[in-house]
Write a protein that binds this ligand. Structure first.
Ligand code: CUA
Length: 160
């Protein structure tokens, strides 16, 4: 009876570890001070981004006390915003990125973290990330998108 009970405890422990590992891989933060907590999306007309209420003015929109929406248009070979003007968000904020593409498929990866999505024409990739500390993050395109793919990058500045 005693042994049976210990077996159950060990089994439960092992299961918990497995679930924990999967959760870490799926949702956990690989980079310090950042956590990806959501990843979904919607649709948009890639030829009418200029008429879209947000993608016509891509950038950072405050939606709550510590919450922001960032609308990003990816195109050969830049992010708007991100490449020529870094995205700026405060520390301890929850940021939902809405990413789409004007032309071909691009990647959208926050370097050194597991926050990573695709920029697909016609679709909005949505991912929510929690930024804990003031830090700079690189952005890069990890989908081959043409001649200057390797140079397609950007920056997120988490300000104190
Ligand atoms: Cu954009 Cu590779």
């Amino acid at each position: 009876m005693e042994i049976h009970k210990y077996e159950k405890i060990w089994l439960a422990g092992a299961l918990l570890l497995i679930v924990g590992f999967i959760a870490t891989v799926s949702y956990g933060a690989v980079g310090a001070g950042i956590e990806m907590i959501d990843n979904e999306g919607g649709q948009v007309d890639p030829k009418a981004l200029d008429q879209h209420p947000k993608f016509s003015e891509p950038g950072t929109y405050k939606t709550g006390p510590n919450q922001y929406d960032v609308y990003v248009v990816a195109q050969q070979f830049a992010y708007l915003p991100g490449t020529s003007d870094p995205i700026r968000v405060p520390a301890n904020s929850e940021v939902t990125f809405h990413v789409t593409s004007r032309d071909v498929i691009h990647g959208y990866e926050i370097v050194g973290t597991n926050a990573n999505t695709m920029a697909i024409p016609g679709q909005v990739s949505q991912m929510t990330v929690k930024f804990d500390e003031a830090k700079e993050y690189g952005l890069l395109c990890n989908e081959y998108c043409g001649a200057a793919h390797h140079a397609m990058e950007g920056k997120i500045v988490v300000v104190p």
